[in-house]
Write a new protein. Structure first.
Length: 85
C-alpha cells in the first residue's frame, strides 16, 4: 500500500511499435459552438507547438480529412461534450 496521499500507478497497457514518421498532418473537421471564433483550434495548435518544441515532431495542417493523419472534431454526446481525435 502506498503512503497516504501517494498513488501507485500501475500500467494498463504497454505501448509497442512506432508511427514511423515525424511530420504529422492534421485537419479540423469542425469547431465548437461553446467557444467564440477559432479559440478551440488555437488551443490545439498551441499544444502541438509545445510538443514540437520538446520532440522531433512537426505538425502540418492539410485541407481535407482524407489527407490528414489526425482528424480533430468536436461532437455532442448526451448531455456532455468531448473532443474526438
Amino acid at each position: 500500500m502506498p503512503p497516504k496521499g501517494k498513488f501507485e500507478i500501475q500500467p494498463n497497457f504497454v505501448a509497442v511499435g512506432s508511427w514511423g514518421k515525424t511530420n504529422i498532418t492534421y485537419f479540423f473537421q469542425n469547431g465548437s459552438t461553446d467557444i467564440a471564433g477559432t479559440g478551440e483550434q488555437a488551443s490545439v495548435i498551441q499544444g502541438m507547438q509545445l510538443w514540437a518544441t520538446y520532440t522531433p515532431l512537426t505538425f502540418t495542417p492539410v485541407t481535407s480529412a482524407a489527407a490528414a493523419d489526425i482528424v480533430i472534431s468536436w461532437q455532442v454526446g448526451g448531455s456532455w461534450r468531448w473532443i474526438s481525435v
